[in-house]
Design a protein around this ligand. Structure first.
Ligand SMILES: Nc1ncnc2c1ncn2[C@@H]1O[C@H](COP(=O)(O)OP(=O)(O)OP(=O)(O)O)[C@@H](O)[C@H]1O
Length: 225
């Protein structure tokens, strides 16, 4: 079996204001090409878990594997490289640089990785925007486009380095129903046409029900599926 992500016995405590065991022995995996969602009540630990799975938080015990490679214990520099190459991330808020053009925003993670020439990065960024039907906006300033368009730019930016998994923390949380549906259809198409793996935290039951699998969290644990 080929897993894009495997979490084994993940435990995490917050120490302030007092000890709080926020993640309790979390184990689960995401298969290559799977579109999974994580649901659970507010405060159950979803964002905390996603922060660990995306390698941004290293303060936990247990083991995390990405594409069968153990990433737990690697240095921040190594993790930054692994993250840049393997993980695309879409948040509730788009976090675009408003003074930059749409194209420049999409190019940024590829520039950071520094594996391609400027011309190749421009070409790839334009291709991602075209794929999401916003290619005509590439020269617009990010501050000048609509909320739904901004989220699609954020998705293009998350895809620029051709990640193996796309993670989302309530990527439709700030969108109306029309734009939420749009994002869902984009994710579904990425899975079906490109075999991308997706792991999305959502409060939207209608969204989650249509993913391949719902991972239900409760009080820092994962309920049996
Ligand atoms: N830095 C921190 N220090 C202490 N406690 C924290 C910290 N960050 C989060 N928590 C607590 O950990 C618990 C889990 O938070 P988390 O943000 O992961 O929940 P969530 O399931 O994503 O919630 P929501 O659906 O509202 O976004 C909450 O009780 C929260 O108050």
């Amino acid at each position: 079996m080929s897993f894009v992500l495997e979490a084994k016995n993940i435990n995490k405590h917050f120490h302030k204001p007092k000890d709080f065991h926020v993640l309790k022995n979390i184990s689960f995996s995401v298969k290559r090409g799977e579109f999974a969602s994580i649901m659970g009540k507010s405060g159950c630990g979803k964002s905390t878990l996603l922060y660990i799975l995306s390698t941004m938080d290293t303060d936990y015990t247990g083991e995390l594997y990405l594409n069968d490679e153990l990433v737990t214990g690697k240095t921040h520099q190594e993790l930054s490289q692994i993250r840049n190459k393997n993980i695309g991330f879409v948040f509730q808020f788009h976090y675009l640089l408003s003074e930059f053009s749409v194209l420049e925003n999409v190019m940024l993670p590829a520039k950071k990785l520094a594996e391609k020439t400027e011309a190749e990065i421009v070409r790839d960024a334009q291709e991602k925007l075209d794929m999401l039907h916003i290619g005509h906006l590439s020269q617009q300033r990010a501050s000048r486009i609509s909320g739904g368009e901004k989220q699609r730019v954020a998705i293009a930016r998350a895809l620029i380095n051709n990640p193996t998994i796309l993670m989302g923390d309530e990527p439709t949380g700030n969108l109306d129903s029309h734009n939420s549906e749009n994002v869902f259809q984009i994710f579904k198409r990425l899975k079906e046409e490109q075999g991308l793996s997706l792991l999305v935290v959502t409060h939207d039951e209608d969204f989650a029900k249509r993913t391949d699998r719902i991972i239900q969290m409760e009080d820092g644990t994962i309920l049996d599926e």
